[in-house]
Design a protein around this ligand. Structure first.
Ligand code: AMP
Ligand code: MG
Length: 288
């Protein structure tokens, strides 16, 4: 599959018009995509174990998208077979009082995956350059001094994010960022389904109705944020998301490609350790 079509080059501002939310790549229907996802998911579990055992890199996956774009279900399906012991999922909500008393990257920094681990951010510090940009009154909650609160605040935050990610990459964290690109029509259908199907009702939020009104503002804020922060070593992918079965395959394959590019060889015991292992083996054999 041609994953590069969905990978955003630095400063690319045309991706949202180029990439069709209804795109389903080489797959004609759900069945073929589901089969492909299944084999991808199994291989992911193997590679995750290597990631943990080789203890050299961390993997950070960021999921963003409008409400009902499929973030939660993509995380559930793509990561269905990974080992929960070496995986952490963090969902970032409206910041708490304590979080607001720190810089906007603080809560994310606390939640980062350690070496060997897989970290998933369901929403992230990108909310601080998107929802806060669409609703600038939210900025007030951080009580920044007037001279820090200039028109350059967004540009500065993009720079901070890019530097933060660069720092992580330089320290062994592999980053992949996914924007689930759903059309407004498909979002309408999904929100309606939440209202009409009893077991989906709990997912419905009146706030989602409100945010829909700002669709164009969100699109503009995401265009800027993605163009400013997609980097060769921390790329954004704009993933067509009108067919959930397709977005899941794209996400799985991007993660596999990232893991395949790493040297995940297992640590080799040195001469002293080899000797100790040999005597442990001999002892166990004697006890058979
Ligand atoms: P959900 O993902 O549906 O549980 O909703 C979480 C809500 O928290 C969304 O409306 C986000 O826009 C909001 N949120 C997340 N991070 C921030 C932030 N840094 N500032 C303001 N709102 C945020
Ligand atoms: Mg929601």
């Amino acid at each position: 599959m041609k994953l590069d079509r969905y990978r955003i080059d630095p400063d690319d501002r045309g991706a949202f018009t180029r990439i069709d939310p209804e795109d389903s790549g080489p797959f004609k229907d759900k069945a073929a995509a589901v089969a492909r996802l299944q084999s991808g998911v199994e291989r992911l579990a193997l590679l995750q174990e290597r990631l943990y055992a080789s203890d050299r890199y961390a993997l950070l996956l960021i999921f963003q998208g409008m409400d009902a774009a499929g973030k939660d279900s993509a995380i559930k399906h793509v990561l269905s077979s990974v080992n929960p012991q070496s995986t952490e999922v963090h969902s970032f909500k409206v910041p708490s009082h304590e979080e607001l008393a720190h810089s906007f990257l603080w809560r994310a920094a606390k939640a980062l995956p350690a070496r060997g681990r897989l970290g998933i951010f369901n929403r992230s510090y990108y909310e601080d350059v998107v929802v806060v940009r669409v609703h600038p009154e939210l900025l007030g909650a951080r009580r920044l001094a007037d001279d820090l609160l200039t028109r350059k605040v967004w540009k500065h935050r993009y720079e901070d994010i890019a530097s933060f990610e660069k720092h992580l990459v330089r320290n062994g964290t592999v980053i992949r960022k996914f924007y689930l690109h759903v059309s407004k029509e498909e979002q309408t259908r999904r929100l309606l389904a939440r209202l009409e199907e009893r077991d989906k009702l709990w997912k419905f939020s009146l706030a989602d109705m409100e945010e829909r009104k700002y669709w164009k503002d969100y699109r503009r804020a995401w265009t800027d944020a993605i163009a400013a922060t997609s980097r060769d070593d921390a790329p954004w992918y704009i993933v067509p998301a009108d067919h959930k079965w397709f977005s899941r395959v794209v996400i799985a394959e991007v993660i596999l490609e990232a893991l395949d590019s790493l040297d995940l060889s297992l640590p080799k015991p040195d001469a002293k350790t080899r000797k100790e292992l040999a005597s442990a083996r001999a002892l166990l054999k004697k006890n058979l």
